[in-house]
Design a protein around this ligand. Structure first.
Ligand code: ADP
Ligand code: MG
Length: 660
């Protein structure tokens, strides 16, 4: 296959922008799928309401007039004749004037002012839309590269002679009448109609899930993978450790500890999932597990999904182990070379007993003296790959996965058939539910007043919106606008911070840090804060356009507050009534929410916001697409059994073993 730089329109600068999106090869580029599609369809003005976003075609009725307001701002106006005579205004498109001759057929997209027969346009196409629909792929972007530019580059790449590896065996391609891989790739990036887009997505989802389930099934079969370490652990020492904790364990915590003790002392390898809501007290269970592992003479590694969380775990754990002769170290991408070297050395000679960090812990060339236990926080982010990765190092440590997005048991068993599960359902006493209310945008005053109450109490607030910047095509709240609004409302009484995915890591961390130090009182953010830090003083979560989020995402976001003894609130702002939001007001129990989420799966629309945090599929969503997963599971089991030597099978298994 050609190199990325061989593609037309990819110069040096573009190349470095693509790198920022982790696109390094032509394949990366082709598999950089849109995360959403905008559908452009002619509106019916009769049924449109004041301030609706409309798409309307018609003919230019008057010669446009242009005003230059200042150097970077111009305003153009003209009349469009369609079902009515509309006054169109658009900013900064003076360059279109020469194309907009009287009688020219065009399409205008914008906000409809029904009362005054006006539209403030965000876009003008120099053609009619008629009865057609247009589907525009929308990609996650970086500054400096527009959605349009990236789309053009991908279209160029698609012209290449592609030799794509297909992971779906022929039998299943035929069984389900799937589109070919090339075809579906073309459609994903350049859809013409919804039915074919659905087909292309179905094929892609199945492929992702087939690969995943085949790897899972392979690991399940692999007997060698199941033999663990034998060890003896003095139960009395554990009991005394537990009784020295500043609190008493809850019943569920105790049970989890017992189960882990059984697992570790058994010669069978531990492969356990510890599920519980945020704040249910999983971390302490993990610490006890690491203490057991220490007592039996082995090292532990704890992996967090982000650097911020790794640091937090490190601080908590160090404190808890203060009085014990256990050396704990932190290894992240930020660790300085000199310190890193020392850590490598002390790991290898066995002086460090507990290493905490990001997945660098196992993917780097880190040599352990005798790694006996690996714990991952938010297991969805660590796939089967890491598991076999350890195996390749000749290590068979026990494994504990922690997850704050509980999956109902039946589903968990389907996904991870070979895994044991401990659930922590009860929260430590003293924890109250977060009071949750749904408000429409018209009721925003109530929300602002409630925010003001919290600020008066010197508490902190998270405000979440789905978008970063204004989008021409969809009418959703974005954090930039929100920042301005909040600045107007509260700028005098507190400091407001802004956080989103396009910021550099360092900037993000600085903002998070200021928020945890209470230098910032209102943090406006996209969902990057989802797997975020622990700021106990935050008592309120406000989520704009809440209908855009899935139940688990909402629950995760709400879990950012309620980490204190105050009364905590969550406001879900939405102009659409959806069942999900009602469920949120009724329960704080992550297990119940997860079950509801599964019950409703399939009801989510094709073009909704992807839920984050669940598995590492690009297109598939294991909740919404659970039926596809079931098929993929069945098929991959069959394929593995009957066609183990098939190149596709070997390739998929090989893939997980050759990751470094
Ligand atoms: P999780 O990891 O499940 O999100 P944590 O382990 O961070 O939750 O626990 C949240 C908070 O509750 C921590 O401050 C922890 O010290 C505290 N905690 C944990 N278990 C108990 C308990 N049994 N009683 C009281 N507080 C507890
Ligand atoms: Mg945790």
């Amino acid at each position: 296959m050609k190199a990325l730089s061989d593609i037309k329109k990819v110069g040096k600068q573009t190349l470095s922008l693509l790198h920022k999106l982790s696109i390094e090869t032509l394949e990366d580029l082709l598999f950089y799928y849109p995360f959403r599609y905008d559908i452009i369809k002619r509106s019916d003005l009769k049924n449109a309401n004041q301030d609706d976003k409309i798409v309307i075609d018609g003919v230019v009725g008057t010669i446009p007039t242009v005003f230059y307001i200042h150097r970077n701002l111009n305003k153009m106006s003209f009349k469009l004749s369609c079902e009515e005579l509309l006054q169109v205004t658009i900013f900064n498109r003076a360059f279109l004037k020469s194309h907009l001759t009287i009688g020219k057929k065009i399409t205008v997209i914008g906000k409809y002012d029904k009362k005054h027969h006006q539209v403030v346009a965000s876009d003008i196409y120099l053609k009619e839309i008629g009865n057609q629909i247009e589907i525009h792929p929308i990609y996650h972007m970086v500054y400096g590269l527009s959605n349009h530019q990236l789309h053009q580059i991908i279209l160029e790449a698609l012209k290449e002679d592609l030799l794509l590896e297909d992971n779906i065996p022929m039998v299943y391609q035929e069984k389900y009448h799937f589109l070919s891989k090339e075809e579906s790739l073309n459609i994903l990036h350049n859809p013409k109609d919804i039915p074919s887009l659905k087909k292309a997505r179905l094929r892609t989802k199945y492929e992702e899930m087939f690969v995943f389930m085949l790897q899972m099934n392979y690991l399940k079969k692999d007997k060698k993978n199941k033999l663990g370490l034998s060890r003896s652990i003095d139960r009395l020492l554990i009991d005394s450790f537990v009784s020295n904790l500043p609190f008493t364990l809850t019943e569920d915590q105790k049970k989890a500890v017992d189960q882990i003790y059984e697992d570790l002392t058994d010669e069978k390898r531990m492969n356990r999932l510890l599920q519980g809501d945020v704040g249910s007290g999983k971390t302490i269970v993990a610490v006890i597990a690491m203490y057991m592992n220490f007592l039996s003479g082995y090292q532990s590694a704890l992996m967090a999904p982000t650097e911020i969380l790794a640091v937090q775990h490190y601080q908590t754990i160090q404190k808890l182990l203060e009085q014990y002769p256990i050396k704990v170290a932190l290894l992240t991408g930020k660790t300085k070379a000199k310190e890193r070297k020392e850590i490598y050395r002390d790991l290898e000679n066995g002086e460090i007993s507990i290493l905490i960090g990001t997945h660098a812990l196992i993917s780097e060339k880190v040599m352990y003296h005798n790694l006996g236990l690996v714990i991952t926080d938010e297991q969805h982010r660590f796939g089967v790959n890491q598991r076999s990765n350890l195996k390749n190092k000749g290590l068979t440590p026990d494994i504990l996965y922690m997850s704050a997005t509980p999956i109902p048991r039946t589903y968990a068993l389907t996904l991870y058939g070979d895994m044991d599960i401990s659930n922590i359902r009860t929260k430590p006493s003293g924890r109250k539910d977060v009071i949750t209310r749904v408000k429409s945008e018209k009721e925003i005053r109530d929300v602002l007043e409630a925010m003001y109450e919290q600020l008066k109490e010197k508490h902190q607030i998270y405000v979440i919106a789905p978008l970063i910047e204004e989008s021409d095509k969809i009418d959703l709240t974005n954090v930039n606008d929100l920042y301005e609004h909040m600045q107007k409302a509260f700028g005098k009484v507190c400091t407001i911070g802004l956080l989103h995915g396009k910021m550099k890591n360092q900037e993000k961390e600085e903002v998070m840090d200021s928020f945890s130090k209470n230098e910032i009182q209102i943090l406006i953010s996209t969902t990057v804060v989802e797997v975020g830090v622990d700021v106990p003083n935050a008592t309120m979560m406000v989520i704009f356009d809440a209908f855009r989020f899935g139940l688990s995402a909402l629950h995760q976001l709400r879990g950012r507050v309620g980490r204190n003894s105050f009364t905590n609130y969550c406001y879900l702002i939405s102009n659409q009534e959806v069942e999900r939001l009602k469920i949120m007001t009724q329960t704080n129990d992550g297990f119940k929410i997860s079950e509801e989420d599964f019950k409703m799966r399939g009801s989510g629309d094709l073009f909704g916001v992807r839920q984050s945090g669940d598995m590492e599929f690009k297109v598939a969503d294991f909740r919404r697409d659970f039926n596809i997963l079931l098929k993929a599971k069945e098929d991959s089991e069959e394929f593995l059994k009957e066609n183990f030597d098939d190149p596709i099978c070997q390739k998929i298994i090989g893939k997980m073993e050759h990751l470094d």
